[in-house]
Structures are given as C-alpha cells and as structure tokens.
Write a protein that binds this ligand. Sequence first.
Ligand code: ZN
Length: 262
Amino acid sequence: MKIRRIEKVLLYDESSTEALNITEVARYLREKLNTQVEVRGNPFPAHLEKDPDFAGKLAAIKIQDARSKIAPDQEPLYAETRYEQRKLLGKTSSFGVLYEGFRLHRLFSEPIAEEERFFTFAHILFSNRLFGTWDEGDGRYHIRTSLYGLPSVISTTGLVEAPARPREYYLLKQQYEALGKDPLEVKESFKGRFIDYDDGRLTEVIKGYVMQAVFYCLTGDPFCKDKGCRLYNAHWQEELIFAQLESEYEFCQRHSRILASL
Ligand SMILES: [Zn+2]
C-alpha cells in the first residue's frame, strides 16, 4: 500500500464545545505522527468577509424533514441566513439544525487556500453542527459523526447523536414515555454507556476520529475492521466506547506498523 506523506496537520474549530481540549488533541497528534500540527481556530469570520453570501449558502442546505430529500435550489428565509451569519462569527454556539452532509462538506472546503489544497495537508475541522447523508435504502437522512476529505469534518454533536445507544435504552425510553414517566431517568440509568453532550471523555474519543482523518490522508481509507482499533467505524455507542476508550491497544498491528513507519 502506498502511504502518502503528511507535511502538516491543521486543526480548525468552529466553537464546537468546551468539553473538547484542542491543545491536547494537537499534542497527541504530534506524538503519534512526528509532524507539525497547527491550531488555527475558526476559519469562517475571515471567509465571510471574502464571501458575504456564504451564510446564505449554508442556510440553503438545511434539512427541513429527515424523510424527504432537500431540493437543490432551496431558498432560505432571511432569519435562517441571519442565524448562519451569527453562527459563522461564533456569536452563537447553538445547534439543532441538520445540514445536508455532502453539500456542507463542499462549502467547508471553500476557506482552504489554493496552495494548501493537497492531501499532504491534513485539514481537520471540529464543529458542533449536525449533518446527515441520504440513505436510499430506507429513504431518509442519517446523522453522521464525520466526513473525511479536504477538509475532514468531525461533529461533536454527531458523536452523541449518530452512533446508536444500547437497544435496551430505546425500549425502556419507549416504556417510560408510554407510562408518562420522565425519560430523563432512563438517560441517567444508562449513564456512561453512551457519549453525552459535554462528556468528560470527549477529547479522548475525538483523538480516534482525528486519526481516522489522518489515515484518510495517508492511505485513502479512514477505517479498520478491527473492533479494538481506533479506526473502527462504530455504528453503536458501545462499539465507539470500546474502540476509543476500553480496548487494550490503540491501533491494530497493521495500523501501528504504518504509524511506526512515519
Ligand atoms: Zn486498525
């Protein structure tokens, strides 16, 4: 397998969450990759000055209903564009809007300078936006944790919402709701078995997703089939917790070998 060289890792943060310690993530990457890591902050205020229409473009890819595909030429409302302007400038950290993932990815590539549009630069953006991609099979959008490419986008809310919680959690929640009891109690009793908002384990979990982004640049493939490797593509919260926090090793032998060769 051909391994590309990474010259520099660039970390961007669109005011994702205070639970994420980016300095620690940068330190981890320097240690693993033996390469330069630059923390660049929020790229959007400067980009908005160059392209005042950028907020409108984001507002136009908002998914209104997860069960119907968005129109290619959706017209945003004035209030939606205003909201995007505030969010891009870091004036609100609210989330809840669901965006069309591939179109969001394309828009997020716009601030990357021409001379840095190469896979020798691993651009990684942390965001608290929720994004989904359309699944033809069951005709709806599915929330994603990350999208890899130029840049790689990792969603701190997607990590909470996309991988499914234990089956018993949903069953119990349904029973509680049917009986008119407070479903928050169910959440409490499953505490620790899934990543929650502002979870103290978030930084540790994010390290694995950042490494998936790095492997995307190195080899073209961000994932691994080994359930104990940080590159495992978890669809369940319990798989995610095992791969990122509980497994006895960080990376499988194959991926460890690649890292050792850098
Ligand atoms: Zn692996």
